[in-house]
Design a protein around this ligand. Structure first.
Ligand SMILES: NC(=O)c1ccc[n+]([C@@H]2O[C@H](COP(=O)([O-])OP(=O)(O)OC[C@H]3O[C@@H](n4cnc5c(N)ncnc54)[C@H](OP(=O)(O)O)[C@@H]3O)[C@@H](O)[C@H]2O)c1
Length: 426
């Protein structure tokens, strides 16, 4: 295809083909921070190579920040807008206006996609424009494209993700012996954590990404508010030590899975056995595992953040649009969201060190159908610690057992629980 024909082929509906010189593809850039400035540089470095294989050269036709540029002028000149502002407004308004004007859009904005995804997808479908958002989940790891394109014909049963590099770095440091406070300070010193790390350590950032992945994997709309999440702030160093004895490593894992005809999406600190593909992911890296009967298991991993790394995913989206890339997700098929699902659990009980306690604990667990896979018992002066891993049990059953246990006078502290993924794929 000639440059001119290619340019016409990717010309967004409703935009004036005359606005962009033949062989040139105008990209309006909204936001010029960590990712925006890295994207600007990367596009400049790579534009000749992109033109070589594509016949069309992407060019930045305008930049918007709070103090620079006019949205209207950038919109008028662009074939495509890249939104790297972040947050909900004005990013949402800008993307909607661009798509209604027939322009393609690329965004890295997980907050926006996880809260207004359906509205954006609908407008993209209505106006027959592309809406790409690879960098909104797991940075440079091409998991959005994997789900939207490569696995679009594969019935997916479960997606597990380490989708927050900050918490994975902190947990890696804690596994090596640091306290939570020391590990967080180190993450901040090395630029892996913001000065205000709340969104990361609370699990909310991972929840937003899992909402997006769940929509892509299962076709059902999932809002950030539908995702139950728990962070890493309250983890105890001794849980990591006991777990190591049981052959387990700790990660903040997001899960989206089919369950009894519905869908469950949640984020929790989770123990993994060493044979699970996510167990080996350390430091600020991200990884996503997709499970399906047809493909068994498939894992992608790589840098989940960083200006240049994220910019490479954004530029990949731009090239995808230039070459006619995937349409927005189809209208949703709504599945019920289910909260009470089965999981294996790690259970930590501080109890009085006296005879009969273990028997009483196992009796209560048995009455609630909580069966024990492994136990570590330690006596420390008049206290004892019972650390167990259960077989999979409904969360509501475990909660009922823990409530009953809490009524015994031998309990020295509230029980602590952490989910365990049993699969190893080895
Ligand atoms: N940083 C990463 O590693 C990473 C990784 C994956 C995804 N992302 C996503 O990428 C996006 C950008 O992140 P970032 O880290 O590059 O953010 P950032 O460094 O804070 O940059 C934000 C940019 O947006 C501009 N901006 C803010 N409000 C604006 C407004 N009302 N109108 C116009 N411009 C406005 C800012 O301009 P001023 O300079 O005028 O304030 C700044 O240039 C976010 O959605 C983020 O979630 C980031």
């Amino acid at each position: 295809m000639s440059s001119e024909a290619q340019s016409r082929a990717v010309s967004p509906a409703g935009s004036s083909p005359a606005a962009t010189p033949a062989g040139q593809f105008n990209v309006g850039l909204l936001g010029f921070g960590t990712v925006g400035s890295a994207f600007f540089e990367l596009l400049r470095e790579r534009s000749a190579e992109i033109e070589r294989f594509n016949g069309v050269r992407p060019v930045i036709s305008g930049v918007l920040t709070r103090s620079r540029g006019s949205f209207e002028e950038i919109l008028a000149d662009a074939d495509l807008l890249v939104e790297l502002i972040g947050g909900v407004e004005p990013a949402r308004e800008y993307l909607l206006r661009a798509m209604r004007a027939g322009k393609h859009v690329v965004s890295a904005n997980k907050q926006l996609l996880s809260q207004h995804g359906e509205e954006l997808f609908e407008v993209a479908r209505e106006h027959d424009v592309r809406l790409r958002f690879e960098a909104a989940v797991a940075g440079a790891v091409p998991v959005v494209r994997l789900l939207e394109e490569s696995l679009s014909a594969t019935p997916i049963e479960r997606v597990h993700g380490i989708v927050n590099g900050t918490t994975n770095f902190i947990l890696t440091e804690m596994a090596a012996g640091s306290t939570y406070a020391e590990a967080l300070a180190e993450a901040q010193r090395r630029g892996f954590a913001e000065a205000d790390p709340e969104d990361d350590v609370s699990g909310r950032d991972a929840a937003a990404k899992m909402a997006i992945l769940a929509r892509l994997a299962f076709g059902s709309p999932v809002h950030l508010d539908d995702v139950r999440y728990e962070g890493i702030e309250h983890l105890h160093g001794d849980d990591l030590e006991y777990a190591r004895e049981l052959g387990l490593g700790l990660k903040l894992v997001g899960t989206a899975e089919r369950y009894k005809g519905g869908l469950s999406v949640h984020v929790h600190p989770t123990f993994l056995y060493s044979g699970h593909p996510l167990a080996a992911i350390s430091g600020p890296f991200n990884a996503v595992t997709v499970e399906s009967e047809i493909i068994t298991e498939l894992t992608l991993s790589g840098p989940g953040a960083g200006g240049r790394q994220t910019a490479s995913a954004v530029l990949g989206d731009v090239v995808s649009v230039m070459t006619g890339g995937a349409r927005p997700p189809a209208p949703p098929l709504v599945l019920d969201l289910i909260e009470d699902v089965e999981s294996a659990y790690y259970l930590h009980l501080d109890v009085a060190d006296r005879s009969g306690v273990l028997a009483a604990v196992t009796k209560v667990l048995g009455e609630h159908e909580v069966s024990i896979k492994s136990v570590v018992q330690r006596g420390i002066e008049e206290h004892a610690r019972l650390v167990m891993v259960t077989h999979p049990v409904l969360e509501s059953r475990l909660d009922a057992a823990l409530e009953r246990l809490g009524q015994f006078d031998f309990m020295r502290a509230p029980p602590r629980t952490i989910r365990v993924i049993e699969e190893e794929f080895t």
